[in-house]
Unconditional design. Sequence first.
Length: 387
Amino acid sequence: MLELDPLDELICLRSAEPLAECGGMVLPAIAQASIFRKEAMEELHRDLAIENRANVYSRGTNPTVRILENTLAELERGEACKCFASGMGAIGATLFGLLKAGDHVLFVNDTYGPTLELARRLQDFGVSHDQVFSPDLSAIAEAMRDETRVVFMESPGSALFQMLDIGAIAKLAREHGAISVIDNTVATPLLQKPIGQGVDLVIHSCSKYIGGHSDAVGGALIGSAELVERVFYNAYMLMGAIMQPLEAFLFLRGLMTLPTRIRRHHDDALAVAQHLHGHAAVAQVFHPLIGDDVQTVSGNWRGHSGLFAFELASGGFASAVEVANRLRLFGNAVSWGGAESLVITGHKNDPVERGDSAPRIPAGLLRLSIGFEGVDALVEDLDRALT
């Protein structure tokens, strides 16, 4: 069984500690308020100067959201956290808050598609970017420029789940005067602690495993108090992608069961991936713990979650669509991390028809998010669809 840090399990349970003024409610109250009245104008003036910490207007800080922020900061071993309306809200504010015209961003590994779309949009404002898929440190160093200000990585990567030595990459970024950022959504705060390996900022889409019930959308940024405050005033307050108190409440509820859920996701996904590895209809399974060359990872990585992919042995994109449509227990949907199992193709359309005869992400790729239907039922469903 997957082993987790006992401290993390306690932190997740403590996430439900109620607000002091709520009369002993078992769960925190939803502070559904836009403004907070002060006893004196001097107090209002004081709090306006520290709006990243004081309750003035819920565009800045809200009591329910603050409980979630404190909990996520503690889980990631960071000094501070700011929550957003979505994971892209957190990513967008981070890039806008840290970069200016003439700066360069280096993306390492497979990266969430909308993040790259935002990077392409930033080109219109004079911010350039490159992407390196190789985990080799020398290749990453070669792609660094004098104007590189942010090194943005994912580990495991979004599509093929390749792992990185994030500690070594963070050190490389620091030596070049760049800020290291990681999207840690796939690993969750329970399976990987990037800040402990020297990474400056950690981003999560709370919509996935942190929420865990496919009923809320949100994001989070965790790191040093100085960097989070910089993003807060340079972008968060100006762009307005704020998390609502109801969503914060739902994510706090989700954290209470995150350790239990992540164990089940880990164990069941690994069992399904092992079944598919060597299957006659499967060319390759993309899972960090599967294959002849199981990835070895330095640092504090504890294991993988419930997301992985596999490539069909024949047929390409059209066959991937057909297999997905034959599945009964896997819903055709974006996102992941809930109790239900999901499937999505690796491409939105056939890369071969687009003129890419040898795409880096295989045309016949299917990504699975393993839920709680049970290994036997999911394996039976996959076997039937692959026949």
